[in-house]
Design a binder for this molecule. Structure first.
Ligand code: BGC
Length: 751
């Protein structure tokens, strides 16, 4: 693609999409025709009125200031002599409203297009038709389009010529061939019910919270309006509830042509389960006219799981739909409110689970590329990538958020074994480690700074988003953790990591000296001067003895083997003191059950998994959740909502419990010395309350499957290992065996 070919519309059309048109003629026989397209904004291309490609929301979301992807389509079969090539361009992430604060133009103040149609002729010659000043620009039926606010499509609007395209030399970003997966349409869900709410509104229930849009197929009268509003939930009275969408209007307005119309937004999407027909001619209120279409990155489904407990199956379903809903080109926090951003912490927490459920290797190759691009010169990694807040100040450089720079490359390596990807991410890992090394007043601790802490933990003030665990402790523990991942990455790549092994020992020793005494974390931790300056609300809490603190110490090996039993007992005691409930937030939760189970508290881990009171995973399941919630109690016990300001019903972070279920309950873990499931630790842990489990993951060698079930007191195991893989089996009885490719059955007698 030649940079000089960027064009823009001759007039500013604000939120309205525009169409760039070119008639394609040729005099020789075309052997092959390929179309490459990109935009600042979003584009949709058509040849002779037919949509080119099955992807939507192209060119996707990258760090637009640095790079934008282009897509290439084989259009040989669609091209005729004199064909009309039309490319609609809308605002999308680059130009429309994005990032909280209700501001637009984050990356550019207008849309731009670049396209190249390459015609390869039968005689061996070729010709390229590029965007230039000969292209005509028209208005379109898309009168307005915003990611957050929705789209207005008027099929009665006649296209008006705005003039010829003008060159746009101001676009300086680098064009790159597509790295990530296509964004495509997936499930199409019919309404399960059309409800008349107590307020008298007509609301369609699709039965599943999802990300995408509603496709409307109608034959209305010319000028008939259909207005759709989107919501995730009904309130306790059964009324349509949109307060948690904050500033996002999520409103799609359609004006009928008078003929058969198929409406759906071209450059917007919504997170919803319910749709209010705010306007709709009564004769068009018909379930057959509406389909909810799920939209997400086209990741291959690799994981499967089923057990004998309906609630745990629903939890798994919610984890999967949480991922589908939030892996739309970048890993987002949520898909509905005026956010939908690449929060690094959320991505860090969930990436291990994500890589079991779906093949996310390309997805992370692209997004981690943007994390590396946005990493600051001193190694800092901020809260959101791509940074959607450039003109509003930025997010924190927070522990557990910035650590995505080390955690995600390592998890991708474990799951897919690509040395090339690990190699590419290695400098980013190193810079992040060095950032922490220089971050605080102490060389080997990360004290001070601004952090999100154990975000949304239940041990802070009531209804506070800030957990009680000391930020210094979390930051210093993650410092040690990321250094250790970095060392493992370096060793896998054959580097000499001596210097970092010394750093790791220093960090670990410093952590133990500063935060621990007699093998336990200290109760009260000093408030460093540095913290006092830039203190966030979370810094009011300086506790060292919390569930999360102990989880981090145990899970990140910051204790000695001798100290483990007492720490595990203390963790158990803290859970008992909290009425048998966990209190952990974003930082502690992903490791809680793993830590308990690995430290002799398997029964307690299972108890927490089956818990139904708030906070617990099954609390939301029992309250009808079809995706993961942001808060443990997004709906409170009395049926009221957590708050309007921050209450998503589609936040995948707590879905990270699935990687423990998979690694421990099902018992499948890839070994780091032979990643990508070439060597597998296989240690299932049956529990009667689950009845049976049948689960696995499809790898590049084939399916790894582990199943177990009870017959009377006996447990039967079924195991499948693909050819070329080796599994190191350990059954609860202690029976160990090395298994090569094949299918196996084992039985163990119960007492
Ligand atoms: C997001 C979170 C994110 C957090 C940072 C929220 O608004 O939705 O998931 O990690 O901010 O504290």
């Amino acid at each position: 693609m030649n940079h000089r070919n960027w064009v823009r519309a001759p007039k500013d059309t604000g939120a309205a999409a525009v169409c760039f048109r070119k008639k394609i003629t040729f005099t020789k026989q075309v052997r092959k025709a390929t179309l490459a397209v990109s935009a600042i904004g979003l584009y949709a291309a058509y040849l002779n009125g037919a949509r080119v490609g099955k992807n939507v929301l192209a060119p996707g979301w990258t760090s637009y200031n640095a790079r934008v992807q282009y897509q290439t389509y084989d259009v040989t079969g669609m091209l005729t002599n004199g064909a009309l090539l039309e490319i609609n361009v809308g605002q999308g992430w680059a130009v429309g409203y994005i990032g909280f604060g209700n501001t637009n133009h984050k990356f550019a103040d207008h849309t731009s297009l670049i396209a190249e149609l390459t015609l390869r002729y039968a005689d061996g010659t070729s010709e390229v038709v590029s965007t230039d000043r000969t292209w005509d620009v028209y208005t379109t039926a898309v009168l307005s389009s915003e990611i957050y606010h929705g789209e207005t499509v008027d099929q009665t609007a006649e296209p008006i010529c705005l003039g010829k395209a003008v060159g746009d030399p101001a676009v300086k970003t680098k064009l790159i061939a597509q790295v990530g997966e296509d964004i495509t349409e997936h499930e199409r869900l019919a309404p399960v019910e059309i409800i008349r709410t107590p307020k008298g509104e007509t609301v369609i229930d699709f039965g599943q919270n999802l990300t995408g849009y509603v496709e409307v197929r109608v034959k209305g009268r010319r000028g008939d309006r259909i207005v759709l509003h989107h919501a995730e939930i009904l309130d306790k009275d059964g009324n349509f509830y949109t307060a948690n969408m904050r500033a996002a209007r999520n409103e799609n307005i359609y004006v009928c042509s008078g003929g058969e119309d198929v409406f759906k937004p071209l450059f917007s999407f919504q997170g919803f389960r319910y749709v209010r027909l705010a306007e709709c001619p009564p004769e068009l209120v018909n379930a057959d006219c509406f389909r909810a279409v799920a939209v997400h990155s086209e990741m291959e489904r690799t994981g499967f799981f089923e057990c004998g407990n309906a609630e745990i199956n629903q939890l798994y379903h919610n984890v999967i739909w949480g991922q589908k809903s939030n892996y739309l080109d970048i890993p987002t926090d949520c898909p509905q409110r005026d956010e939908r951003l690449g929060w690094t912490g959320d991505a860090q927490i969930f990436c291990r689970t994500a890589a079991i459920n779906f093949n996310v290797s390309r997805f992370f190759r692209k997004w981690l590329g943007d994390v590396a691009i946005e990493q600051e010169a001193n190694g800092a990694v901020r809260g959101i990538v791509p940074n959607a807040l450039p003109r509003q100040g930025s997010t924190f450089v927070s522990a557990a958020w910035g650590d995505v720079a080390c955690v995600a490359p390592w998890e991708m390596y474990l799951a897919y074994g690509s040395r090339a990807d690990l190699e590419k991410n290695f400098p980013m890992m190193q810079k992040w480690v060095e950032y922490m090394h220089g971050a605080g007043p102490e060389e080997f601790l990360w004290l001070g700074g601004k952090h999100y802490g154990d975000w949304l933990a239940m041990d802070g003030n009531a209804d506070s988003t800030w957990g009680a665990t000391s930020n210094d402790l979390i930051a210093s523990a993650f410092f040690a953790h990321s250094v250790s991942l970095f060392i493992r990455a370096g060793e896998a790549l054959g580097r000499n990591m001596t210097e970092y092994r010394v750093l790791y020992q220093n960090v670990r020793n410093a952590f133990r000296a500063y935060f621990m005494e007699n093998g336990m974390p200290k109760e009260e931790l000093p408030l460093t001067e540095h913290v006092a300056e830039g203190a966030t609300p979370s810094d009011r809490f300086r506790r060292g003895v919390t569930q999360t603190a102990i989880v981090l110490i145990l899970n990140f090996n910051l204790c000695t083997e001798e100290e483990r039993p007492a720490l595990a007992d203390r963790l158990e005691q803290l859970i008992r003191n909290a009425g048998g409930l966990m209190q952990t937030g974003f930082v502690g939760t992903p490791y809680l059950l793993r830590t308990l189970a690995q430290n002799g508290k398997s029964e307690l881990a299972y108890q927490l998994l089956f818990e139904t009171r708030n906070p617990s995973w099954l609390y939301s399941v029992e309250h009808g959740a079809t995706t993961m919630w942001e808060h443990w109690n997004s709906i409170k016990e009395d049926g009221s909502f957590w708050s309007t300001s921050m209450n998503s019903f589609n936040h995948y972070a707590y879905g990270s419990v699935y990687d423990w279920i998979f690694n421990y309950v099902v018992g499948i873990s890839p070994r780091e010395d032979h990643p990508a499931y070439e060597a597998i630790d296989l240690a299932p842990h049956p529990d009667r309350r689950l009845g049976f489990v049948n689960s696995g993951v499809r790898t590049k060698r084939g399916t790894v499957r582990s199943a177990w079930y009870y017959k009377g007191n006996d447990v039967y195991y079924e195991i499948e290992i693909p050819e070329g893989a080796t599994a190191y089996l350990k059954l609860p009885s202690g029976h160990c065996e090395t298994l090569c490719g094949g299918s196996y059955r084992f039985a163990e007698k119960g007492e």
